[in-house]
Design a protein around this ligand. Structure first.
Ligand code: ADP
Ligand code: MG
Length: 226
């Protein structure tokens, strides 16, 4: 089932002489349950593509549809609700709040959204991510790999249908990176998510069932594996 569709999506930053084309007429469809790696050189448009899909960056031209809905036709409020409820974002810098403990960090998106935490689900994800015994620790007491697990738990807390990760292992050593990706794959299967991971780690790209290569804002290669 097709869940995400980009039609002739272009993004240009700035205007006139300082205009920078980041994406040029991208056409792309994504099926439910795909685990996609986006690779390509620095500055090729990977993050811009991810942000455009995630409702964070409106394209200059073209249409982005999530489940059939052109998301940038929505009001700012509707788009932020869509982002909060459907999309889990993971970044290279874990972006944990230093004055909150692990549990508070994970539950923060739910509390900000004035929703109730599903405690069984919460226990399930922290158990699954192997951070159950760190709930009252402060982020600074955790290793990089543990901090990224907390960030993954936080991105999962809303039960998002889509996980968008921008170089999630960029700050981790290679063994830890593989563990983090394995966990993302496991949680994606468990919670039936569609995952898009930007990476320049080929070991990670090798794990994906589809690899999209971007160069100069264009899709250079798009290969699916069985
Ligand atoms: P990647 O993630 O592949 O490194 P990006 O998507 O971040 O690439 O950037 C693509 C191009 O767009 C680059 O030339 C970058 O400098 C430019 N760019 C990205 N974000 C901005 C911005 N907010 N303002 C101006 N230019 C930007
Ligand atoms: Mg980037």
């Amino acid at each position: 089932m097709e869940v995400i569709r980009l039609e002739s999506v272009s993004k240009i930053f700035g205007k006139g002489k300082s205009a920078v084309p980041a994406l040029t007429s991208i056409d792309l469809t994504i099926q439910k349950g795909e685990f996609i790696a986006i690779i390509g050189p620095s500055g090729s448009g990977k993050s811009t593509l991810l942000h455009t899909i995630g409702g964070l960056e409106a394209p200059t031209k073209g249409i982005v549809k999530v489940e059939g809905q052109p998301i940038y036709s929505l009001s700012d409020e509707a788009i932020s609700i869509l982002r909060r409820r459907k999309i889990g974002l993971i970044f290279q810098s874990f972006n944990l709040v230093p004055i909150l403990n692990v549990e508070e960090n994970i539950q923060l998106p739910i509390l900000l959204d004035h929703q109730k935490v599903d405690h069984d689900y919460y226990q399930d994800i922290v158990d699954y991510l192997g951070i159950k015994d760190k709930m009252y620790a402060s982020p600074s007491e955790l290793s990089g790999g543990q901090q990224q697990r907390v960030a993954i738990a936080r991105s999962l807390i809303h039960k998002p249908a889509y996980i968008l990760a921008d170089e999630p292992t960029g700050n981790l050593e290679s063994k830890t990176s593989e563990d983090v990706i394995s966990l993302l794959q496991l949680t994606a299967q468990r919670y039936k998510q569609t995952v898009i991971v930007v990476t320049h780690d080929m070991k990670i790209a090798d794990r994906a069932n589809r690899v999209i290569e971007i160069e100069d804002g264009l899709i250079k290669k798009d290969v699916s594996y069985a």
